[in-house]
Design a protein around this ligand. Structure first.
Ligand code: ZN
Length: 428
């Protein structure tokens, strides 16, 4: 077997896209007489996305001879490097072995690439040790993702599928013609085995990208049958080619579950699952972003800011419904010392609050009678010794809440997929 790993880092700016590149490589391998066993779409640490946009890497598993497969990949990658942008640096790594048989260190490299960062020298040393062929253009940073793609099949246990339909290349840049009625009907028919196809709350066709590029739509789900059947129900402009990918999308592979007693230990550009207690009432700020202050569930009082930004839409209402004292599990990436919420679990709701007492005669709220002197209604001359505890009416329930499909990150696991440790409240 041969494993061809590719990463084209920044070339998506030119309307290319890594999956399209891999689909073409796979087609040419088949034309050359090779069998393509699978195409792998590997989402790397999404925090890297902001910096290099190189957060997806691809692998093709084939029985074609490694030398021939490498030649094909080289011919497809080389033209991408012909750009003025020095950050566009395609990389290629070819392993002459079964995807399950890559060295343990290469698998470890792949799982680390989803949760943290690698530098190029480590990637090159590891590839050389393993006897993999590598090729690079420009600065060659693409070899980091390419090596991670080679190691991914051994590294991960949880996989999902994406069926991607591509446009005719000459149509790229024009509005996509996808019939929304057939798309929404196919999405409903395929749910929940296929998820994040549409966002009913926003009325949005999530599977149709808005950025320029060759993808017409991508259907995500649990099995090849599930995603293909949704795709088959969509009426659209001509599909030039399509390809099925095995992927770590929708698996939460980026989250590290940590048990810390000080949230100050969480680091930027990493994603966490962590227990916390709300320390202040949520606040909505300019732009509609909702902020929340939390501290570790047990231990230090160091506060961390968590946020649900405007694009997370109705998820912000769930965050606004939180109260001081609520015990939660939070999931999201930390950047600029702010945990960007992807989902949270309500573990324990604070159901009481301290309020100034209410006057039994007129029903108005009493005011303080002075330091250590209790409360009084000046109109009725009634008094009370201290604050009273009132029951809060809470709209949240125990369990998991998530951002809607329109705001989902590729790698984040939708609640509808199941396997969570509490009841779920899936968005669709
Ligand atoms: Zn009164």
């Amino acid at each position: 077997m041969t494993v061809v790993g590719v990463d084209d880092t920044d070339s998506r700016k030119r309307g290319m896209c890594t999956t399209y590149l891999a689909a073409r490589i796979a087609e040419r391998i088949e034309s050359a007489g090779g069998d393509v066993e699978r195409r792998l779409l590997v989402r790397l640490n999404p925090a890297v996305d902001r910096k290099t946009r190189g957060n997806a890497a691809l692998a093709v598993h084939t029985d074609l001879d490694a030398e021939k497969a490498a030649d094909i990949a080289r011919e497809e990658l080389a033209p991408l490097a012909e750009t003025e942008d020095p950050r566009t640096s395609p990389g290629l790594v070819v392993a002459d072995c079964d995807p399950e048989a890559v060295p343990e260190q290469v698998a470890q490299f792949a799982s680390d690439a989803v949760r943290s960062f690698h530098d190029l020298d480590d990637a090159l040393a590891l590839a050389a040790d393993a006897g993999f062929e590598t090729e690079s253009w420009a600065e060659g940073y693409g070899r980091i993702g390419a090596l991670a793609a080679v190691g991914a099949y051994r590294a991960f246990e949880e996989w999902t599928y994406e069926q991607i339909a591509y446009r005719a290349f000459e149509r790229c840049g024009t509005p996509r013609e996808v019939d929304e009625a057939s798309l929404f009907a196919a999405a409903d028919e395929g749910y929940p085995a296929a998820w994040d196809t549409v966002d009913h709350g926003e009325g949005e066709a999530v599977c149709v990208p808005s950025a320029p590029g060759p993808i017409l739509y991508g259907i995500r789900g649990e099995s090849p049958e599930a995603v293909r059947s949704v795709a088959a129900g969509i009426e659209s402009e001509p599909v030039e080619r399509d390809a099925l990918f095995l992927t770590n999308q929708g698996t939460d592979a980026h989250l590290r579950a940590v048990d810390v007693d000080d949230l100050g230990e969480l680091r930027d550009d990493r994603a966490y699952r962590v227990d916390a207690v709300v320390t202040d009432e949520p606040a909505t700020r300019r732009g509609g972003h909702v902020f929340l202050r939390v501290r570790a569930a047990d231990g230090d009082s160091t506060e961390l800011q968590a946020a649900a930004f405007e694009p997370t839409k109705r998820f912000r209402d769930r965050v606004r419904a939180l109260r001081r004292g609520d015990r939660l599990t939070l999931c999201g990436e930390v950047s600029d010392s702010t945990l960007k919420l992807e989902k949270f679990a309500v573990r324990d709701l604070n159901r009481t609050a301290e309020r100034n007492p209410v006057c039994p005669d007129c029903g108005n709220t009493m005011s303080s009678a002075g330091r250590e002197q209790g409360y009084r209604c000046r109109d009725c001359n009634t008094s009370a010794p201290g604050k009273e505890t009132v029951e809060l009416d809470r709209e949240l329930e125990q369990g998991w809440y998530e951002v809607p499909p329109c705001a989902r990150r590729h790698i984040a696991k939708p609640l509808v997929r199941g396997g969570f440790d509490a009841p779920t409240h899936p968005e669709r």
